[in-house]
Design a binder for this molecule. Structure first.
Ligand SMILES: C[S@@+](CC[C@H](N)C(=O)[O-])C[C@H]1O[C@@H](n2cnc3c(N)ncnc32)[C@H](O)[C@@H]1O
Length: 201
């Protein structure tokens, strides 16, 4: 049984702190996402950036020609991400949405979750998996970046092994690959992370 981890109030955090200082802030497309797009030969279609936060990944994907929607629990995060996209002249649909009580109706060609799943409580995993599966077309991919069990910091998100990811997602997804990597952001050293590609069955 995993011990429950504690997280900030996301709305207060985005209201009070500059996004550039947040541990997950990466102004560029995450290199693991970039590599996955190349390997899976994905260069267009609709993408949901789930738990988009500062919106940097949504923006980078829109700049590469994807049709992007970014959602987050925090209204303040969504507002800042939308402002940044507007300044760049990009058409990205940013919406406040709780993935555990989602109001989204669309289905996407690709879903990116860079750091949202690993802050959710373990009792919500079934809801998460079912919701994400409903939002994805069959045979399409969920790109999931989370902390790895190899990360030793005491504080922070939940950590996973490839076997745990496979177990959690197995009813709806096949684990295509799981790579030990780092979470590219503002922490030094960068946290150890797992980058998983899951295919919806
Ligand atoms: C670690 S941050 C990652 C942000 C962003 N994906 C990135 O890579 O910069 C996790 C994000 O998940 C969002 N979040 C937490 N719980 C959520 C939920 N239930 N539904 C949607 N977003 C959530 C937080 O507000 C936060 O922006």
């Amino acid at each position: 049984m995993m011990t429950e981890r504690e997280f900030p109030n996301w709305e207060t955090l985005y209201q009070e702190q500059p996004v550039e200082n947040m541990p997950w802030f990466n102004p560029n497309l995450d290199p693991d996402v970039e590599e996955a797009l190349i390997n899976l030969e994905l260069s267009n279609g609709s993408v949901l950036d789930l738990g988009t936060g500062p919106g940097t990944q949504a923006i980078a994907l829109a700049e590469r020609g994807f049709q992007v929607m970014g959602t987050d629990l925090s209204e303040a995060a969504i507002h800042q991400a939308a402002t940044k996209a507007n300044q760049k002249g990009l058409e990205i649909s940013f919406e406040q949405d709780d993935i555990l009580n989602s109001h989204l109706q669309q289905s996407f060609d690709l879903i990116l979750d860079r750091g949202c799943f690993h802050v959710l409580p373990p009792h919500s995993y079934d809801t998460y998996v079912q919701t994400v599966a409903n939002l994805l077309q069959p045979k399409r991919y969920l790109l999931l970046k989370c902390f790895s069990q190899e990360e030793t910091r005491e504080q922070g998100p939940y950590r996973f092994t490839p076997e745990e990811i496979q177990q959690i997602f197995k009813e709806q997804f096949a684990l295509h690959s799981a790579k030990q990597t780092v979470y590219h952001g503002t922490l030094d050293p960068l946290p150890k992370a797992l980058f998983c590609i899951l295919e919806k069955q």
